[in-house]
Design a protein around this ligand. Structure first.
Ligand code: XMP
Length: 326
């Protein structure tokens, strides 16, 4: 029968056998899969591992700190954070089309990660011992979906980092390949990872960039981060985290409505709450949250977040609506 302690011991052995004395790199996303994969590799080979976290400026409040402080304190991994917010916002300037945003964020992400990776490889090569392994948090369902292939990843060196071969070859380390999501969470808990990471609800890679309907700007991100933090805090305080799959909080930056706030008329933006219940995100229903919780969230957001004068609830199932708005 399944036991997280046994799986950890087994994987640690396997990782040691695969990696030997080699150097390893791992990208952290803030999500549970990469966090658990890196923690396993660190348990196996310690500081032969270096982790890279890209802060693209589209993170929720506290997410960077959760990785830089809580996760590092819990695991002891070596972490390099890349500050790329300005680069991402520059690339997103003037863009409102959702697919376009996704493409740009994906492209910038790969660019940023590969540049950081190439620099670390160059540093390690200067020591005569180049990084040769790349950790990926591939889960069993991903393996099945993609037909079971494994092996190596090619990183093209088009980033003007001197002294690198044309094509870097990494051997993949995939310690979660036989596991399902709930098993990964169990292992993460057994390894002592912070609950904010292990228990995290799904959050899209493109982050808050696809939760602003309209152009993504720094001020709008700050506003949305604030509203999102309030909604999350109130849902948690009400004990509703187990009931919802996730609750996107969306800023309708291209919409304004008239309100009355303080002594006068306001003309602000609506915030949409999108609480959903789901098994696998393929289909979903809107969660029937208690009115009192909704009222609390609405009152707090309109009182505390400047520029927002209305909070609306999305009562659409999936299909026809997707979970995210973009
Ligand atoms: P939709 O909006 O398609 O979302 O109903 C289904 C689930 O996938 C998440 N999602 C993403 N996750 N990168 C991700 O890693 C993405 O680009 C992305 N888009 C949507 C969404 O949050 C939901 O859990």
């Amino acid at each position: 029968d399944w036991n997280s302690g046994n799986v950890i011991a087994e994987q640690v052995e396997k990782i040691r056998a695969q990696v030997g004395g080699g150097k390893v790199i791992c990208g952290l996303s803030g999500g549970v899969d990469s966090a658990v994969a890196a923690a396993l590799v660190h348990k196996a080979v310690g500081d032969q591992l270096v982790c890279v976290f890209v802060d693209h400026g589209l993170l929720r409040a506290g997410e960077r700190e959760q990785v830089e402080q809580d996760y590092v304190a819990a695991t002891g991994v070596r972490l390099v954070t890349i500050d790329a917010a300005e680069q991402f916002l520059g690339a997103l300037a003037g863009v409102t089309d959702p697919e376009q945003k996704r493409k740009i964020i994906g492209r910038e992400f790969i660019r940023t990660f590969e540049t950081a990776q190439a620099e670390l490889v160059a540093e390690s090569a200067a020591d005569g011992d180049p990084i040769a392994f790349l950790v990926q948090g591939t889960l069993y369902p991903d393996v099945v979906e993609s037909g079971g292939g494994t092996g190596t990843a090619n990183i093209k060196s088009h980033h003007n980092v001197g002294g690198l071969p044309e094509d870097l070859q990494f051997e993949l380390v995939e310690p979660l390949r036989t596991l399902f999501k709930d098993e990964v969470r169990a292992i993460g808990r057994e390894l002592g990872l912070p609950e904010v990471i292990v228990g995290r609800q799904p959050f899209p890679g493109p982050g808050l960039g696809i939760r602003i309907v309209g152009e993504v700007t720094f001020d709008r991100l700050e506003l949305l981060r604030h509203a999102d933090a309030i909604a999350r805090a109130e849902l948690t305080a009400a004990g509703l985290d187990g009931e919802i799959w996730q609750c996107p909080v969306v800023l309708l930056a291209d919409v304004r409505s008239v309100g009355v706030q303080g002594d006068g008329r306001s003309y602000g933006h609506p915030i949409v709450l999108r609480p959903v219940s789901s098994e696998d995100a393929m289909t979903a229903d809107w969660t029937r949250l208690p009115y009192d919780t909704l009222a609390k969230i609405s009152t707090r957001i309109t009182n505390e977040v400047a520029g927002v004068n209305r909070v609306v609830l999305d009562v659409t199932s999936k299909p026809p609506g997707t979970i995210e708005w973009e």
